[in-house]
Design a binder for this molecule. Structure first.
Ligand SMILES: [Zn+2]
Ligand SMILES: [Zn+2]
Length: 791
């Protein structure tokens, strides 16, 4: 007799299969644990500590990481809950027990994660040898001197290292002169603008440690990404990085479900909201006895969803309604521990939360992990899914939203599930970021030729530029070579550099209700993100801008609870400053280079959250702003555009447009602009499939006749001043970008464009004009040009 276990999710999935909402299922695992003996070379005290912690054997990857860490820089990228911390804790504990003077530095992107790690280090009962201390903005002033003197594991964050520790390295002499290990956990977080900064902070760290005579071993851990070794090298500037990615921990039997809310109106592409769908799904899982965690991007969404689930349960199972909670950032460690304990005991059945990393949530595994809308990267999604698998089995659900990428994935579920995770990119030499950190480095010690070992071979050229700008001074050192020092030695350059912004030219964002400084935004983006009346999202929370104070360079905001959001209307121009690379492909001339982007924010649209309907359009009077960045652009000629001539009718039966000799084109300007504009949107929508970024990190411009190219041209540019390598990667993988963009459009069932294909939530022209059919013809023409190319 065979019995099939009824799991909390069995009925739900059956229903989804029947009505088609379950677009794809997959199974993972189970995988057995692979264990090895604990290497006997470890210091006897560490061996005793492991015994106290109840660890008798190691997973294969933990032993492998230990051996690799003894040899070289190492990055570990095994799955969620695979015991990754032990991979870097073992070599660290070994170093600290072996040498009583040795010091270690741990870097975490958030406070909560530092706190978790400090606790984990305490669990080995090695207090005689291991004295961890957290050093961050919250550390009381009177405790600081003590930490500098006594702690031999300092847990901090990149910001504190940058602005508090490195500039005051003399006070940290004990740390720097005995620094043996630097641990960089959650390394995948250090990408984009933030990563480009952190890469500079780490170079400064290694430079200072070397100046004090320390030989440092750098150990990194990351979620699964496409390029772990490259990320480790780019972050640290070190070479010969060892990779440990063969996970020896047991994996549960995990059922994966891709869930698409039903269409309510096919012609305009409207679907039931992901929120409503997720609410029902969660209530159902809780009723069936499941313990669940649910992830959403915004705090507002988290609160709405928790309320939906509670209400749904109140109707059917009131005794369960109180066992659902929204989990917010900003809890004290004590509050978090309590919630985690309640979830582990089953007192709580479901928790709805924003990004787990922000919270440092530590709850082990649950029955169900539900991710509502695409979290931005496949890497993040897999990490969240990794929470499912209590007692060896679980269900991981992805509820798709209406965004272009969400729906693209629903149409290509097999590709989605097998998709390699994205590459994390950063560029430590992005000029403004690099030069800002050169000033910080010069403050920490004169820049000398030998510093090229840490700062890279091109640092001198940038230092010269800073001399030209009057910020550095060149002096001849005693040894006869040149050195660069600050022109004004009393300056404190780190104080002017925010690691979250690509330029020191920034606006402060101040919450007027509390007087709290929420953060900074790049001046180049201030007009479009924090103009008067803008709804601004910060850490998943909404604020309304009361005033953009141009003179004092700050935006005054207040918490916002309304039901609309804003989209700026703006006019953009691009000017090509420098061509860096060019190639012919897909029948177009494709270029990569430096551009300047000039933008005028004309006003903004207020739109209802529920259905994106326009509430009103408010005009603004703001000056122009300009920034320099990197871009790719491509010029389309007559041959590629012939399909558009004569009314832009879509080709029949999927055949491509006929390619004839370039004829004098008679394409109505509106049709041309709408087609280029929609093609540009589609390309930007799918760019995050190639590079780990957000569509908000990218800008675009399409024009029927660009003054410099003289013809129809589409620009895609890095949205941050200086650029951080996004469009450089897109330039290299342009063909893939066009193929994905074409599929996005061709496969969307809507009639003339919808939020799931060519409409963009950030379009400066408020999605006017857009021609879905025309964009399809343009992209088909380009893709046909490859197949027609001579072999
Ligand atoms: Zn569509
Ligand atoms: Zn647009």
């Amino acid at each position: 007799m065979t019995t099939r276990a009824i799991e909390p999710w069995t009925g739900l999935l059956e229903e989804g299969r029947e009505d088609g909402r379950l677009v794809r299922e997959a199974r993972e695992g189970p995988g057995r644990a692979r264990l090895v003996d604990i290497p006997s070379e470890l210091h006897p005290e560490v061996l005793a500590g492991l015994e106290r912690a109840g660890i008798e054997r190691l997973y294969t990857h933990q032993a492998e990481a230990l051996r690799s860490a003894w040899e070289r820089t190492t990055i570990v990228t095994t799955g969620t809950a695979s015991g990754k911390s032990l991979c870097f804790n073992l070599p660290t504990l070994d170093a600290l027990c072996t040498d009583a003077f040795a010091r270690a530095l741990y870097l975490y992107p958030t406070k909560a994660l530092s706190q978790d790690q400090a606790r984990a280090l305490g669990a080995f009962g090695l207090s005689k040898h291991v004295r961890p201390a957290i050093y961050d903005g919250d550390t009381p002033r009177e405790a600081r001197a003590d930490i500098r003197r006594k702690a031999n594991v300092v847990l901090t964050n990149p910001d504190m290292l940058h602005v508090g520790i490195l500039p005051n390295h003399a006070a940290w002499e004990r740390l720097f002169s005995q620094l043996r290990v630097v641990v960089i956990d959650e390394a995948h977080v250090y990408r984009g603008v933030f990563g480009s900064h952190v890469a500079n902070v780490l170079r400064r760290l290694l430079r200072i440690a070397a100046a004090y005579g320390s030989d440092v071993r750098v150990l990194l851990a990351s979620a699964t990404i496409a390029n772990p070794v490259e990320l480790a090298e780019r972050l640290t500037g070190l070479e010969d990085v060892g990779l440990v990615d063969d996970d020896g921990s047991p994996t549960p039997r995990r059922q994966i479900a891709m869930w698409n809310p039903p269409l309510t109106d096919e012609a305009v592409g409207a679907r039931r909201s992901a929120l409503g769908e997720a609410g029902e799904l969660l209530a159902r899982l809780v009723r069936e006895g499941g313990r669940c965690i649910c992830f959403m991007k915004s705090r507002k969404g988290v609160e709405l969803l928790a309320r939906l689930v509670t209400e749904e349960l109140e109707r059917t199972h009131p005794e369960l309604a109180e066992r659902v909670a929204a989990y917010r950032a900003g809890y004290t460690p004590q509050q978090r521990r309590e919630l985690e304990a309640q979830l582990t005991s089953g007192e709580l059945r479901a928790v709805v939360t924003t990004d787990a990393l922000e919270l440092g949530i530590d709850i082990g595994e649950l029955d169900a992990a539900v991710v509502v809308t695409f979290p931005g990267t496949v890497a993040a999604l897999r990490q969240m899914w990794g929470r499912a698998g209590r007692r060896g089995k679980g269900v991981a659900v992805y509820v798709a939203g209406e965004d272009a990428l969400d729906q693209f994935f629903c149409r290509h579920p097999e590709e989605f599930l097998e998709r390699p995770v994205e590459a994390a990119i950063l560029d430590h030499e992005s000029p403004q970021i690099f030069q800002a950190h050169l000033l910080c480095a010069a403050h920490e010690g004169p820049l000398e030729p030998a510093d090229a070992e840490f700062l890279g071979p091109r640092f001198q050229a940038h230092a010269e530029a800073l001399v030209g700008a009057g910020l550095l001074r060149k002096r001849t050192a005693k040894q006869g070579h040149d050195a660069y020092v600050l022109r004004r030695p009393s300056d404190y350059p780190a104080g002017n550099v925010s690691l979250r912004s690509s330029t020191p030219d920034s606006f402060a964002i101040v919450d007027v209700s509390s007087g709290e400084l929420l953060g900074q935004t790049e001046a180049a983006r201030a007009h479009s993100t924090v103009h008067d009346g803008a709804i601004y999202l910060h850490m998943g929370r909404s604020y309304e801008v009361r005033e953009l104070d141009l003179e004092n360079r700050r935006a005054l905001v207040a918490p916002f609870d309304g039901d609309w959001y804003t989209q700026p209307k703006r006019e953009t121009d691009t000017n090509i400053e420098r061509l860096l690379d060019r190639r012919e492909t897909l029948g177009v001339t494709l270029s990569f280079g430096e551009v300047s982007v000039t933008e005028t924010v004309l006003g903004y649209q207020r739109k209802r959250l529920a259905d994106h309907a326009q509430v009103d359009l408010v005009m603004l009077d703001l000056p122009q702003s300009t920034f320099a960045t990197q871009a790719l652009w491509f010029e389309l000629d007559g041959a590629t555009l012939t399909g558009l001539a004569g009314g832009a009718a879509p080709p029949r039966g999927g055949e491509g447009p006929t390619r004839t000799a370039p004829a004098p084109l008679e394409i109505p300007m509106d049709a041309l602009l709408g087609s280029l504009h929609a093609a540009e949107h589609a390309q930007i929508a799918v760019l995050p499939l190639i590079a780990m970024c957000d569509r908000w990190d990218i800008g675009g411009l399409s024009t029927g006749a660009h003054p410099q190219t003289g013809g129809p041209t589409i620009f895609i540019y890095d949205g941050h001043p200086g650029g951080i390598g996004i469009t450089r990667l897109a330039y290299r993988r342009f063909e893939e970008l066009c193929r994905d963009a074409h599929r996005l459009i061709a496969e969307c069932p809507c009639n003339s464009g919808c939020p799931s294909c060519v409409q963009s939530p950030k379009c400066g022209n408020l999605n006017e004009p857009l021609s879905k059919a025309g964009a399809r013809i343009v992209l088909e023409g380009m893709l046909a040009a490859t197949s027609g190319a001579p072999a």
